[in-house]
Design a protein around this ligand. Sequence first.
Ligand code: ZN
Length: 130
Amino acid sequence: MSYHIPSDEQLTEILVKVLKKAYSIQFQSKLKQLIMDELKTDDKKYGVSVQRLRKLAIKNPHITIEIHSREGDPDKILKGCPVCDHRLKHVKNLTIWGGVVTIELQCPNCGYWTGKKKRVPTRYIFHYKK
Ligand SMILES: [Zn+2]
């Protein structure tokens, strides 16, 4: 059986519907399960990744995502935002000696930020917002 890929519109509609009902969903895997239940039909199998759900949720004004994280490896090079793949912005700060140092990286898309120890997202909590 082949997988059907739902459209952004279709997924967004279900995302909002599911969250409006649950109000808060504590785990990304739980959110995906609820979405899959909504999509399920007898003759079609759907393929949806959690990354895609996250990106759609970030774009949606009715959804907020709470990101929990742990400290990561300071030497790790982040090519993009670990939450949404967006390019990270360097936030610079002046030191008292007049030099410029990069103190953190920030994602203008989803609000992820990290200092020296590259924060690793470990859990996402989804909230419905009116
Ligand atoms: Zn991001």
